[in-house]
Design a protein around this ligand. Structure first.
Ligand SMILES: [Zn+2]
Length: 316
């Protein structure tokens, strides 16, 4: 009966229940606008006005260093050098993207598929399929001027994991204490609304999950260790809720950033199932992680209290 009552409350209101009650004493704060780099007129012509740089002129067309290509305007990682190939077309070409980094839409010509930075909407170029140029049969044809390059040797030696396991305050409380974890942020991911606010997510029509981005040092821990902890500090058998918090934003999910993370996650879920747990955790490719408002970050530390919707349970 209590459960039915909770479902009714969960459906009829927004963000009621355990952790969320703490929100009552939180002042509503508006989320700051995304910070964009100031563009030169040439950059603006391509990135904003969807122009095209002349072929064989861009700085990355014949450029093969190891590293990551990021959005010129907002800095979001877009492509890896491992996926770059020589298509001979005059523009940098990639046969794959960083999961969730690139948005596709029908070009204004009605024929081609335009590609844009999923975070800020910067025009990148076009994507073509079925040309048979690589095994992946895909060519992202990208303007050099839409990107910056970060050499692999200058990238910090870190890795990132993204999880959703109910109220993000509680998940962060435990994850940030884990060995090898260098930083954590809470936010929203998996849905379809850009730059969502907490209120929009709570209202239940953004598709987003309350999630955490965990940055860790792979020389001190592993993705498997971090993911194991995730499965032990929330209940992966609870569907659409976590403890007293009901609503689609509290679904349990792992957002993998590469095939290795996907494999490890699926292995851990199999192990749990073999131990009798009816795991409902979803395993999905990572999408853009929208950092939540400042007052949600490190919530329990600032409040000086402890979560009661999450706790450690030894499951492996
Ligand atoms: Zn961008």
């Amino acid at each position: 009966m209590l459960r039915i009552l909770l479902i009714i409350i969960g459906l009829s209101a927004f963000c009621l229940g355990g952790c969320s009650q703490g929100n009552k004493d939180v002042k509503q704060q508006s989320k700051g606008k995304m910070e964009f780099k100031k563009l030169t007129p040439e950059e603006e012509n391509v990135i904003v006005n969807k122009g095209t740089e002349r072929p064989y002129t861009g700085k990355y067309e014949t450029f093969w260093e190891k590293g990551t290509y990021v959005c010129k305007r907002c800095g979001a990682p877009l492509y890896r050098s491992e996926d770059k190939f020589d298509a001979g077309c005059g523009w940098p070409s990639f046969d794959d993207e960083i999961p969730g980094a690139v948005k596709k839409q029908t070009d204004s010509d009605g024929m081609r598929t335009e590609i844009l930075c999923a975070r800020c909407g910067a025009h990148l170029g076009h994507v073509f399929k079925g040309e048979g140029l690589t095994a992946k049969n895909t060519r992202h044809c990208v303007n050099s001027i839409s990107m910056d390059f970060i050499p692999a040797k200058s990238l910090a030696k870190t890795d990132t994991a993204i999880f959703a396991g109910g109220c993000f305050w509680g998940v962060e409380y435990f994850m940030k204490k884990a060995k090898g974890v260098t930083s954590t942020s809470v936010g929203y991911t998996g849905g379809h609304t850009d730059n969502p606010t907490y209120q929009q997510v709570c209202a239940g029509n953004t598709g987003h999950y309350e999630a955490i981005e965990v940055v860790f040092d792979p020389s001190k821990t592993t993705y498997e260790e971090v993911a194991k902890l995730f499965f032990e500090i929330h209940d992966p058998t609870e569907w659409n809720h976590q403890g007293p918090d009901w609503g689609e934003q509290y679904r349990s999910a792992v957002f993998y950033r590469n095939d290795e993370q996907k494999k490890v996650t699926e292995k851990l879920i199999s192990e749990l199932k073999a131990r009798g747990y009816k795991v409902v955790t979803e395993v999905k490719p990572a999408k853009i992680f929208w950092k939540a408002e400042g007052y949600h970050q490190d919530y329990y530390t600032h409040k000086g209290s402890e979560p009661y919707c999450h706790g450690f349970v030894n499951r492996f």
